[in-house]
Design a binder for this molecule. Sequence first.
Ligand SMILES: *Cc1c(COP(=O)(O)O)cnc(C)c1O
Length: 399
Amino acid sequence: MDWVALEKKYFMSTVVRAPLTIVKGAGSYVWDEQGRSYLDFVAGWAVNALGHCHPAVVTAVQQQVAELIQTSNHYYTLPQLKLAELLVENSCLDKIFLGNSGAEASEGAVKLARRYGKLHLNGAYEVVTVTGSFHGRTLAMVSASGQQKYQQPYTPLPSGFINVEFNNLEAIKQATTGTVCAVMLEPVQGEGGVNVPSPEYLKGVRRWCDEKGLVLIFDEIQTGIGRTGTLFAYQSYDVEPDIMTLAKGLGGGLPIGAIMAKDKYSVFTAGEHGSTFGGNPVTCAAAYATVKYVIENDISRNALDMGRYLTERLMRLKEKHPNMIAGVRGKGLLIAVQLNGDIAGALAKRCLENGLLVNNVKPDALRLMPALNITQQEIDEAIEKLNTAIVRLGSSDQG
Ligand SMILES: *Cc1c(COP(=O)(O)O)cnc(C)c1O
């Protein structure tokens, strides 16, 4: 079958796909139709926390899907209660709302902060966000995300967001007026190119929010569930958010999102927010199995250790190819390789040809976000493939 032609015929063209049809996955590997294997350092965009089709997730889903699939939230169901207890008892937050995706979670978090503003901050409603941030694709989250390329096609944008410079506390202070109710940040920016703020910045923002009574929202959709080396990224910065959103890694591959908040900020009342599919038994069973496995097997620790190892190996690759690699940055297993020039697309293509999946997050940067249970041996294999891809790209450049 000509999948490329079929896709072109039937789909709205919102994505540039790699020339690869994936038919099977197990652990950190996927296979195409011809049975060729690829080492996966994209992991469904940092979603497959335990790799592809982890037995803990597969078993949980198989059992639940045969038992009960959907009821609506008018009734109590057990998987969502178990998941809520697990996440609340292992975080600094007290209450949860379950949805289906990241954008829905961050949008809900903004609604919650606005609700708090209406009730307790004289009707303040504006949310300060930063450049390079990514909070999702709904109209409001496009307005929240500080990236022109996502905003420009849809102007005029919904109001109520102020985008200020990333990693600049003074900019947040200057944007704070009587109509601001919240600051929303990713503890480490993911989609924006893996940008790590200074620890003093996040501490400073926390202090500023306390001083002004603002709500601090951490979008941990990408950083949460072990990705940066602790169960939640806020833990490594020693800064607690008032509201936190989760999604990507939460469901072990299944679509689920969550808003979590401290008691003081859990101000929704019945009917003020909702979701038809949110909290359904199947995705909650998958999320419960994933989070429980991550906690019980200290997978966050593996992300920290393997993140260090991968960074070290990448730094050695940089020494070997200083003309290609300019730097390595990141936290845990959320890592970017900064390249010299706009060669990320070409390099990702060479990696694919070589059996390695990577994400060209920027024209001049690759993002690596493998499964959190990745092994040293798999990292060695990825480095070897990346090295070959770099060499091949270099020689093709020369002629
Ligand atoms: C991916 C992502 C989102 C959006 O999640 P979707 O599930 O694609 O809607 C929001 N915030 C961050 C930090 C993300 O990485």
